[in-house]
Each structure stands twice: as C-alpha cells, then as structure tokens.
Write a protein that binds this ligand. Structure first.
Ligand code: APR
Length: 184
C-alpha cells in the first residue's frame, strides 16, 4: 500500500530497518544517544562502533538530544548511508504533549533528510515499543506528520518507507494509511 504526495511515495513494509538500502534510516533513540535496546540496539549492532563514536562527538558538542529533535550520523557497516537519530516521547497517558512531540520527531528527521539532499528515508514505528505509545494513535500521527511535511514544501524526497517489525504494527499502519488515503 502506498500514497503519492507530489513526487514522493509513502509506503509500508514489514521487516528489519537495519537491512534497508535507503539514503537514511531513522533510529528511535533515547536522549543519551548512547544506544539501548529495540531498534536502537539493532542499528548500533548492525552499523558497528563508528555510529556510537559519532554520537559521542555529538554529545560533546550539543549535550543530550531533547525529545522530538534529531541528529544525523553515518551508517557504518549498513547499506544505508546515514542514520538519523531522533527521540520519541514516552507515553504518559496522552496529556503531556506526546502527540506533538511524536509528530516533531518525524518532522525534524525529514528536515534533516532534506537539508542533506536525501531522496529516500526509512522510519521505524517511533515510541511504540519500550516507550509505550499506543500503536494505532502513533501510526496516525506518524503518517499525518509525513504527509503534512511533504505537502508543505518541495523537497528532494522521493521515497518515505515505514519499516514495521511485526504484523500487529504493520496492520496498524496499514489501517492508518488507508484512512488517510480515503480522506484525501
Ligand atoms: N527494525 C524495525 N523496527 C524495529 C526493529 C528493527 N530491527 N527492532 C525493533 N523495532 C520496532 C519495535 O518492534 C517497535 O515497533 O521499533 C519500534 C519502536 O520500538 P523501540 O525500539 O522500543 O523504540 P521506542 O519505543 O521509541 O523506545 C525507545 O527504547 O531501545 C530503547 O534506546 C531506546 O531508550 C530508547 C527506547
């Protein structure tokens, strides 16, 4: 299933984001940028120590990465060229600005991709693992944020792929994408 916005194609796939050959893959990191579990752990394992070394340099220059913001590093041993690290919100019930912070994580990642003249970017389902964001709501926020960004300006982006690790998450994004397509 896919959706075309200007010259960009938004699509879904089930799989392991570390195997993506996109210009950039997005990491659902934490503010420390020192790695962790989930997709963060998978990306650091697959990319190798170079990624952590670059993250340490970023920490020295900028300190911790605030929720909703993003930074970029090389991708080490992976097929992708870059990793865009962003921090999604921890779910606290939905009344602590989580929706805006989640949308910001996607938006800031896209901004960095465009600033680096990238054509393709792959996202995991940010915040819906350890951070506990309900996947149905997160999927709608994620897709809406990407569509709004692409509609808002001409960009270099031609491919935005959501790489979803399990069938439950894939189905949630499929439902959200079909709802978005129907509302267009
Ligand atoms: N490829 C794609 N998606 C993956 C992969 C992978 N290799 N591994 C896990 N995922 C999925 C999870 O199944 C979930 O759907 O990524 C989504 C996000 O889950 P987490 O990785 O737990 O990320 P998040 O919920 O944003 O929590 C971030 O977890 O790993 C720590 O350091 C990280 O503290 C940070 C927190």
């Amino acid at each position: 299933m896919e959706m075309i916005i200007k010259k960009a194609c938004i699509s879904l796939k089930q799989g392991d984001i570390t195997r993506e050959a996109a210009d950039a893959i997005v990491n659902a990191a934490n503010s420390s940028l020192m790695g962790g579990g989930g997709v963060d752990g998978a990306i650091h394992r697959a990319g190798g120590p170079q990624i952590l070394e670059e993250c340490k340099q970023i920490r020295k220059q900028k300190g911790c990465l605030p929720t909703g913001e993003a930074v970029i590093t090389m991708a080490g041993n992976m097929k992708a060229h870059f990793v865009i690290h962003t921090v999604g919100p921890v779910w606290h019930g939905g009344n602590s600005g989580e929706a805006d912070l989640l949308a910001s994580a996607y938006r800031e990642s896209l901004k960095l991709a465009v600033e680096n003249n990238l054509k393709s970017i792959s996202f995991p389902s940010i915040s819906t693992g350890v951070y506990g964001y309900p996947v149905g709501e997160a999927a709608e926020i994620a897709l809406r944020a990407v569509v709004d960004f692409l509609q808002g300006q001409d960009t270099t982006l031609e491919e935005v792929v959501f790489v979803l690790y399990d069938t439950r998450t894939y189905s949630a994004y499929e439902k959200a994408l079909s709802k978005l397509c129907a509302s267009k």
